[in-house]
Design a protein around this ligand. Structure first.
Ligand code: G3P
Ligand code: MG
Length: 246
């Protein structure tokens, strides 16, 4: 039976500020198999790790990420909003993530936030960095913007990509395959139809459900043998996966 992977959503975001190196360290320390994080592009075209297009929620900056150079973005504090203990955390670059974690065993689920703002160079920049750090086998690129995924596959047909979606798509494995994508990343409610998990299995499309925080749903999905769960609570999921595989 498939052992479900434990993927910490935006890092271990309940224990450290989301999408920071501290949150990724925490995820690894907890024993998650990997972590998910979100990428936007700075004004000088550097992929940076932050969920929102705007700076306000998770930093002490204002306005759009895309309007600042990397040097300017690095001056913002990305930790104090969460707790004073994390003052001094900054918005990481993709390179910094790989510099610290390329030697670990962590899987990297990289979400391209190219849905609201179109970043013409995002896919190319990201793939170049992945290639430079030689981490392609441990990377899974996802996006709600499926054009971005196709662009990635045009640049590198071997990179693993996953369709993110939040709708009751009909036979989504056919759609994923039509794009050449490796996996499907549904909002977890959309796995409830009885045919869905078995359909994915029959068509060899791995499923990574998000964002699963309720232990009851975690147990159901682990029992259903899906390939990955993206969660805000990797500590709880670790216990559940541990018990199931005993
Ligand atoms: O990749 C799953 C999840 O991260 C998608 O939603 O808004 O948390 O990036 P969001
Ligand atoms: Mg995300």
């Amino acid at each position: 039976m498939t052992k479900t992977l434990n993927i910490a959503h935006r890092g271990a975001n309940a224990e450290a500020p989301e999408n920071t190196l501290a949150a990724f360290r925490k995820a690894v320390e907890i024993g998650a198999d990997g972590f998910e994080f979100d990428l936007q592009l700075s004004r000088d075209n550097v992929p940076v790790v932050i969920h929102d297009e705007m700076l306000e929620r998770t930093t002490n900056g204002n306005g759009l990420v895309k309007d600042y150079t990397l040097d300017e973005l690095k001056a913002f504090d990305a930790g104090s909003w969460f707790s004073p203990e994390f003052a001094g955390e900054t918005i990481p670059t993709l390179e910094e993530v790989f510099e610290e974690f390329a030697q670990s065993e962590a899987l990297f689920n990289i979400e391209l936030k190219s849905g609201i703002i179109i970043y013409p160079e995002l896919e190319e920049k990201v793939l170049k960095i992945i290639s430079r750090f030689k981490v392609k086998e441990r990377v899974l690129i996802s996006s709600f913007n499926h054009y971005s995924l196709v662009t990635c596959l045009q640049i590198d047909p071997e990179v693993r990509t996953g369709i993110l979606y939040m709708a009751g798509l009909y036979e989504p494995w056919n759609y994923a395959k039509s794009l050449g994508c490796y996996s499907a990343h549904p909002l977890f409610y959309h796995l409830q139809h009885p045919e869905i998990v078995s359909g994915f299995k029959e068509h060899s499309i791995p499923v990574f459900a998000w964002t699963v925080n309720d232990p009851l749903y975690m147990k159901m999905m682990v029992a259903g043998g899906i390939e990955g769960i993206i969660t805000d609570n990797p500590r709880e999921l670790k216990k559940i996966i541990g018990k199931t595989s005993e």
